[in-house]
Design a protein. Structure first.
Length: 198
């Protein structure tokens, strides 16, 4: 048991460095978020500083992940994810993945009574894939205004301004998979403005 514990501790530094790099964060930015000095973070990542709770807890908060996952503690082989729903502007978002970086999966629920909302398209880095489970989802994508129903799928580069709304009288539920720029769920054809509208 002691050897396993020592192995976990020895792997914490490289794991933290890799996690920070995958997030695209600098030591300076992480220091500002956690209030841990840059020199301490550097020594922690290089293995010259032992990882104590006073360092790991602020890092777990900054990376928004459980402490045991942050340090790579051995799993108890329980594959279940225990998501915590997040409510924002009437929408409920349920994270379905826990791994930082790479593809992130969410279940999203838009309540009824929002069909008349004025679209406010936004754009950002990444790629988005979505699948409608129930209801009618309004998707404004660039200059297109679509309604997707249960079983329909859409995917797009999130540099294209986009917006979601409920197009029905009942809540709409859909799955979202988001990836960093260039990371796609699978090969696809892209929409071009010259394509005929459906």
């Amino acid at each position: 048991m002691s050897d396993e514990f020592d192995d976990v501790l020895a792997a914490v530094g490289p794991r933290l460095r890799e996690l920070r790099r995958r997030r695209g964060a600098t030591l300076t930015a992480l220091s500002e978020t956690t209030r841990i000095p840059v020199s301490t973070l550097s020594r922690l990542e290089s293995g010259h500083r032992k990882p104590g709770l006073e360092l790991l807890l602020p890092l777990a908060r900054a990376y928004q992940m459980p402490l045991d996952e942050l340090v790579g503690a051995p799993s108890d082989a329980d594959p279940r994810v225990f998501p915590r729903p997040i409510s924002r502007n009437g929408m409920t978002v349920i994270p379905l993945t826990r791994k930082p970086g790479g593809l992130q999966a969410f279940k999203q629920i838009l309540p009824a009574g929002r069909a008349d909302r004025e679209p406010d398209p936004r754009s950002h880095e990444g790629y988005h894939w979505l699948y409608v489970l129930n209801g009618r989802l309004r998707l404004v994508l660039g200059d297109r205004d679509l309604v997707l129903t249960a079983g329909e799928v859409a995917e797009f580069d999130t540099h294209l301004p986009h917006w979601f709304g409920n197009a029905g009288t009942r809540p709409v539920e859909f799955l979202s998979i988001l990836g960093p720029q260039g990371e796609r769920v699978h090969i696809k054809a892209r929409y071009r403005p010259t394509d005929p509208r459906p």
